[in-house]
Design a protein around this ligand. Structure first.
Ligand SMILES: [Cu+2]
Length: 136
């Protein structure tokens, strides 16, 4: 009986909120000024921890890519921020000092319509990085 209880705890728990980790990097495997991973698909209620692995970065919501009803967030430079995503939709995340250099990521929460184009208002390099991330 004790063995059975032990095995049960090893089963994946369906419907339990997960925590995902994103590294904020000056030089990563995918380039300079990047979040790794640069794209996440998560469930509503999941949390993302943005980790200041290398210096000079933060994570902030992009107003043009924030689902209706979702709260804005902005982390401090060089500090971890944990964000829980309760509202479904596609979120853009930017590093405030490196936004124009294309330091962005995309987080899709729940059901997302992939046919919706990226907003025109984004900086050119941010838009390019997002297009690459979505094409992968
Ligand atoms: Cu940065």
């Amino acid at each position: 009986m004790r063995l059975f209880a032990c095995l049960l705890t090893l089963l994946p728990v369906v419907g339990l909120a997960e925590t995902h980790e994103v590294n904020m990097l000056t030089r990563g495997e995918t380039g300079a000024m990047v979040y790794e991973p640069g794209y996440l698909e998560i469930a509503p209620g999941d949390t993302v921890r943005f980790l200041p692995v290398q210096g000079g970065h933060n994570a902030a919501s992009i107003p043009e890519m924030l689902p209706e009803g979702a709260a804005r967030f902005i982390g401090k430079i060089d500090e971890e921020i944990a964000v829980t995503f309760d509202v479904e939709g596609r979120y853009g995340v930017k590093c405030s000092p490196h936004y124009a250099m294309g330091m962005v990521m995309i987080i899709d929460v729940g059901e997302v319509d992939p046919s919706v184009p990226l907003p025109e208002a984004l900086p050119r390099r941010a838009r390019e990085r997002m297009a690459i991330l979505l094409a992968q």
